[in-house]
Design a binder for this molecule. Structure first.
Ligand SMILES: Nc1ncnc2c1ncn2[C@@H]1O[C@H](COP(=O)(O)OP(=O)(O)OP(=O)(O)O)[C@@H](O)[C@H]1O
Length: 259
């Protein structure tokens, strides 16, 4: 289920604007990879290229290669919609479908992917997904109530349940805790540590303590200079990045000297 991602020489454009240049990295399955760096260096832009969401912006495109295991995600004939189905994404603000029930929100993950199941099978998948997202105990008696009635932290776990219902090869998270209080944040962090036994997780975070707590590997992005594109400065074991980074800019960033 968990897949490996290999990025080779990726340049990322918004029309003629080169936002990120020359990224190469390998993201290992069953691990959490955190992407950190100052605002505007292209972390979220890069994340969205991994499931071909970047090109939803008119004029946006990439040069270079992204492989998921052996599949070339930008290869000829690859359907971006099918890539997005296999690589789930969780956003900054929880975005459950507001008019749908808790149950339907999770089932929607399957239905949008064209999955057809018997009701009893769907019930099992919904329960399993909510259990995996550590939300089952809190919602099992109100599955038919609207997802929008949950707290922010519960809504974010509902969105994670929806994303994992289809058993994606990779789970992308773009600052998933930035709208949450500390207790909900901890619940999501605990969840990431549990989910990584089955999934490949990539998280963009502004919070360096969070990167240090949850990730196995950390990639530091930075702008090459004023008006220059963002780049991946270094990527390594999280313990190494936060203790003895190889690059001076990484050290300055993690010690709070800029950003
Ligand atoms: N839709 C867009 N159209 C044009 N340029 C964009 C678009 N989205 C982002 N950019 C530009 O791409 C660059 C990278 O932005 P991005 O949001 O990926 O950075 P980031 O590191 O995630 O920043 P932050 O930490 O503030 O979220 C910036 O110069 C930004 O202005």
């Amino acid at each position: 289920m968990a897949k490996r991602i290999e990025v080779k020489d990726l340049d990322i454009y918004y029309d003629k604007f080169l936002a990120v240049q020359g990224v190469s990295m390998t993201i290992q399955p069953r691990s959490v990879t955190a992407l950190i760096g100052p605002s505007g260096c292209g972390k979220s832009t890069f994340l969205r290229t991994l499931n071909r969401m970047h090109e939803l912006v008119p004029g946006a495109r990439v040069d270079g290669k992204v492989f998921m295991d052996d599949e070339d995600l930008y290869g000829p004939g690859v359907d971006p919609v099918s890539v997005r189905r296999q690589i789930g994404m969780v956003f900054q603000r929880p975005n459950p479908f507001p008019t749908m029930s808790i149950y339907e929100n999770v089932a929607a993950g399957i239905r949008l992917n064209g999955g057809r199941m018997k009701k009893s099978e769907l019930d099992d998948v919904v329960e399993r997904s909510l259990r995996s997202a550590n939300l089952w105990a809190e919602v099992k008696d109100r599955l038919n109530r609207p997802g929008s009635g949950l707290s922010g932290g519960q809504q974010q776990r509902l969105c994670i349940a929806r994303a994992i219902a289809v058993q994606p090869g990779v789970l992308l998270m773009d600052e998933p805790c930035s709208a949450l209080d500390p207790i909900s944040t901890q619940a999501i962090e605990d969840l990431m540590l549990e989910l990584k036994t089955d999934y490949t997780i990539v998280i963009v975070t502004h919070n360096m303590q969070q990167a240090a707590r949850v990730s196995d590997v950390t990639g530091f992005f930075n702008l090459r200079g004023v008006g220059q594109p963002g780049e991946l400065v270094e990527i390594d074991e999280t313990t190494k990045i936060f203790s003895t980074p190889s690059n001076k800019a990484t050290e300055d960033y993690i010690s709070g000297r800029f950003g």
